[in-house]
Ligand binder design. Sequence first.
Ligand SMILES: [Zn+2]
Length: 89
Amino acid sequence: MKFLLLLLVVIGAVAWLAIGRRRPPGGASRDGAAPPAPPPKAAASAGPQAIVACAHCDVHLPAADALRDAADRPYCSEAHRQAGPRRTG
Ligand SMILES: [Zn+2]
């Protein structure tokens, strides 16, 4: 029974690849000057990312995802931004 399921999965994967490789007929683009590649929202491989620590709970997160307060301190979330920096002492 498990073998049958595995076989179905393999067949599905092969069919999916075959359909994905097939191009629709009547393509208007002859020269591949500019391939249509929309930039992903979250560029994972766009180089090194700056990591900052939340001023409240000290969790590390990408600087692009950090929320900043008036003093430009990074926070991991809106709740921590409103809570403010962690008190020391
Ligand atoms: Zn935090």
